[in-house]
Design a protein around this ligand. Structure first.
Ligand SMILES: [Zn+2]
Length: 119
C-alpha cells in the first residue's frame, strides 16, 4: 500500500482525496479500498479547494471545551470541484449554492479547512 499524502489532519495546508483507478469513484474519507467497487489502494490527489455549498449548519453550542471559544461557528457540507463532498468550517454568511474556496485557519489548536465565498 502506498504512503498517505499529508493533508490538513497532519498539519499540511492541503485537502487530499482519493480516486479509484478501477472505476473512477471519488471519495473523501481515506480507505485502503474503493467504497464503490472494492478495488485496493485508491490513488490520492490534492484538491483545488474549490467547491459549492451543499448545506450549512450553525453551531451554537460547543461540543468540547476547546471549541467553546469559537461558538457560534458555521459548519458546511461542500461539494468539491473534484466530485467529493466534505464537511468543513466556513464564513457565517454563506448560503446553499454559493461558490467557495478553501483556506486554512486555526481552530481548537489545529489548522482546519475554512471556506470563504469566491468572487
Ligand atoms: Zn472503484
Amino acid at each position: 500500500m502506498s504512503e498517505r499524502m499529508a493533508d490538513w489532519t497532519k498539519g499540511e495546508q492541503a485537502i487530499v482525496y482519493q480516486t479509484c483507478g478501477a472505476c473512477g469513484h471519488v471519495q473523501y474519507f481515506h480507505r485502503a479500498f474503493c467504497a464503490a467497487c472494492g478495488a485496493a489502494d485508491p490513488g490520492e490527489r490534492r484538491a483545488s479547494g474549490n467547491g459549492r455549498v451543499y448545506a450549512t449548519s450553525l453551531v451554537c453550542r460547543a461540543a468540547t471545551p476547546e471549541t467553546k471559544a469559537h461558538v457560534p461557528y458555521n459548519i458546511l457540507l461542500v461539494d468539491c470541484a473534484e466530485g467529493f463532498r466534505m464537511m468543513a468550517h466556513g464564513e457565517m454568511n454563506l448560503a446553499i449554492g454559493d461558490v467557495v474556496t478553501a483556506s486554512f485557519v486555526p481552530f481548537a489548536e489545529k489548522l482546519v479547512p475554512f471556506f470563504t465565498k469566491r468572487s
